[in-house]
Every structure is written in structure tokens, then in C-alpha cells.
Design a protein around this ligand. Structure first.
Ligand code: F6R
Ligand code: MG
Ligand code: MG
Length: 365
């Protein structure tokens, strides 16, 4: 059995919130290399999506392992020290606690982990997003694992025909429920179509029970009780065989869906699929980005990565995303570009209301 852990945090941006500094990535690589040498990790890959540092790790210790989480936490702390020296923007932004308490969950970093029996060939894709929130995986995961207009295999491949089970989390009430696709898709869509509250946590094959996908579902603002940056989620997807093919897993991102996030975490904008070097949100701090790194696992070694959106077949999605971005931007401070009042991560409403106290008069019936 091998465990794949993706743990990420924004520990400082370069410049502003637009990207990560190469020295921070080098520092993280050093820390990961030491852990690999010491036998804690089987393998690792360090990358960034926008201003988020991404630690992709394989090991034999299972999910929620204290030592692996501590390694990630210590790496973020070491990176934060460097970020402070370089005076990077928002150094240590996502580290919401001063001391590690056994698991990084609930402490700020985003986590997606799965333990698997490695198949004869194990293609996996790791999706990483910047300037958006955890529910942004709902639509693509639904398309990959439940929509035959996206995934031909659901109709024509024996291994996928029985469907998949979706574990959905209510991130506000801390509840979970599992829906079986295809029979329960209408019930499930009632929930996952509201991605601010309901997030797809994982997807399993109904015949074998094997896990096919897992996402990070932490909502930073709910953890901190205030705005500290968008969640900028990650998602791991296994491909081929009993799971959707690589092309079926990437296909949903050809549609630049509108997600929450962008400037000050308070706007709707298109999710633009980009290569890793292009994950540098600069227009109005956006538009939100998603990257995809593909690996073949070989006894836990991460063979790769291939930068999956670095392909002209996603040029049209990027062009469309720019058209959507321009259209939404023209709304300026109006909805639906600006998020509804209760969803905005920044607001001056309380102050404005206080200032105008006494100026509101009751309308006559
Ligand atoms: C959105 C994001 C940025 C910042 C914006 C203001 O997730 O990270 O759009 O919200 O640049 O940043 P502060 O408040 O740090 O000046
Ligand atoms: Mg940031
Ligand atoms: Mg970010």
C-alpha cells in the first residue's frame, strides 16, 4: 500500500498574491529531500500554483499521519521564515496556529490524501487551484465520474458502467453523506450544485470500492472565523482502467466554469486551466487558475510530472475564460461579479451601517 499526500499552503506571495518565490520552492525541496533520505518519504515533488506552495508526497504511513503532517507543517514554517526575510507578501498567511498539534487539518493548510494498492500501471493527476474555494471541484468531479456526455467510459467501458459513489461534505454543519451515481444524481446535484456549502470529498468505484478521487475541503474562513485568503484547493484523481481515462479526467476543464474567489475572495470569475508557469494570476488578482500535473506511480516513485494543461487543446478554454473575465469585470462592484453580501470575504458593511445609523427611515406601507 502506498499513500499519496498533497498538502499545500500560501506562506507568502511574490509579488503581492500573484506567485511563489523560487527560493521558497528550493527551501521546500531541501526539506523534502532530507525526509526522503531519512526514509520518511518514498518520493516527493514540490511545485506552486499561484501563491500556494504544493507538497506532493508518497509514503507508507497512511493518511492523517502525524509525522507526515508535521513534516509538511515544519516545511511551511521554514518557508515562512525565509518569506519573512524576503518580506514576501502575506508571509505565513495560511498558518493559522502557532504550534503543531498532530494534524495540519484545521490549522490552515489544505490536505488531500489517499492510500492505494498501486495497480500494474497507476496514472494519477493532481489538480491545484488558486484564487478559488474548495467547492470548485464539484462540477469537474461530477462530469468525470457521473456525466456520460463527458466520460464516454461510463457508457461504453465495462469497468465504469456500474457507476461511482460520491462522499459529499456539508462544510458548514460538519456532516457527510454518500450518494450513488447514477441512481441518485438528481438528489446529489441538489447539494453539490451549491458548492459554497457542499463539497465532494471523495469518489469511489462502486464495484471494487477503490478510491478514485479525493479533494481538500477545508474552508479557511470557517476555520479562522475571518478572512485569511481563499482556500485554493487541491484534488487527486486516479485514471484509466476502472476509472475515467486521462482525457476524460481533463475534459471538464475545457469549460471555464464560474467559481467564487478572484479579487479579495469576493468575486465570481472563470476557472482558467493553465500550465504551471502560467499559474500567476495577475489580472484583478486572477482570473482563478487551475493546473494539472500528471504522474505515473512506480512503487511509490512519482514518475513525472507532465504539465497536462500545457497543450494547445486548452487554448480555446483560456480564450473563453478571458472573454468571461472581461464580461464579468464590466459589472464592477455589482452582483453577480461581486459575491452576494453574506459570501464576500471582505466587507465594509458593518462600518457603513454604523455610520448611517439613524439615517434609514421606515417606508410607509
Ligand atoms: C484573493 C487574494 C487577493 C487578495 C488581495 C488583497 O484570494 O488573495 O485577491 O485578497 O490582493 O490582499 P490583501 O488584503 O492581503 O492586501
Ligand atoms: Mg496569498
Ligand atoms: Mg493562493
Amino acid at each position: 500500500m502506498i499513500t499519496l499526500s498533497v498538502i499545500k499552503a500560501d506562506i507568502g506571495g511574490y509579488v503581492g498574491h500573484s506567485a511563489s518565490h523560487p527560493d521558497i520552492l528550493d527551501k521546500a525541496k531541501d526539506e523534502m529531500a532530507k525526509a526522503k533520505k531519512a526514509g520518511l518519504l518514498v518520493d516527493f515533488h514540490v511545485t506552486a500554483c499561484g501563491d500556494d506552495l504544493q507538497l506532493i508526497m508518497t509514503h507508507k504511513r497512511g493518511v492523517d499521519n502525524r509525522r507526515i503532517h508535521k513534516l509538511a507543517w515544519d516545511t511551511f514554517v521554514a518557508g515562512t521564515e525565509l518569506a519573512r526575510q524576503l518580506k514576501l507578501y502575506g508571509a505565513g498567511q495560511d498558518l493559522l496556529s502557532d504550534a503543531f498539534s498532530g494534524n495540519v487539518k484545521g490549522m490552515g493548510p489544505g490536505v488531500a490524501e489517499m492510500t492505494i494498492e498501486e495497480r500494474t500501471s497507476e496514472p494519477i493527476i493532481i489538480f491545484m487551484a488558486d484564487k478559488t474555494s474548495a467547492g470548485s471541484w464539484n462540477l469537474p468531479l461530477y462530469k468525470m465520474f457521473a456525466d456520460p456526455f463527458n466520460t464516454a467510459g461510463l457508457v461504453i467501458a465495462e469497468g465504469l458502467h456500474a457507476g461511482f459513489a460520491f462522499e459529499v461534505h456539508d462544510v458548514k454543519e460538519h456532516l457527510k453523506i454518500t450518494f450513488n451515481a447514477p441512481e441518485e444524481i438528481y438528489d446529489m446535484l441538489m447539494f453539490i450544485g451549491a458548492p459554497g456549502r457542499y463539497c465532494v470529498k471523495s469518489v469511489c468505484h462502486r464495484g471494487t470500492g477503490n478510491i478514485g478521487a479525493v479533494s481538500s475541503t477545508q474552508r479557511l474562513s470557517l476555520i479562522a472565523g475571518r478572512y485569511v485568503g481563499k482556500d485554493d484547493p487541491v484534488c487527486i484523481v486516479r485514471c484509466q482502467g476502472e476509472f475515467p481515462a486521462v482525457g476524460e479526467v481533463l475534459e471538464p476543464f475545457a469549460f471555464p466554469q464560474i467559481v467564487e474567489g478572484w479579487m479579495r475572495g469576493s468575486h465570481h470569475g472563470p476557472l482558467m486551466p493553465v500550465s504551471v508557469p502560467q499559474s500567476t494570476p495577475t489580472r484583478f488578482d486572477g482570473p482563478p487558475r487551475v493546473t494539472a500535473l500528471g504522474f505515473q506511480l512506480a512503487e511509490g516513485q512519482l514518475v513525472g510530472p507532465r504539465d497536462m494543461f500545457d497543450d494547445p487543446s486548452f487554448d480555446e478554454a483560456r480564450r473563453q475564460a478571458n472573454v468571461e473575465a472581461e464580461y464579468l469585470r464590466r459589472h464592477g462592484p455589482f452582483e453577480p461579479h461581486r459575491l452576494p453580501l453574506e459570501e464576500m470575504e471582505y466587507t465594509t458593511m458593518a462600518h457603513v451601517m454604523k455610520k448611517l445609523e439613524g439615517r434609514f427611515e421606515r417606508l410607509k406601507a
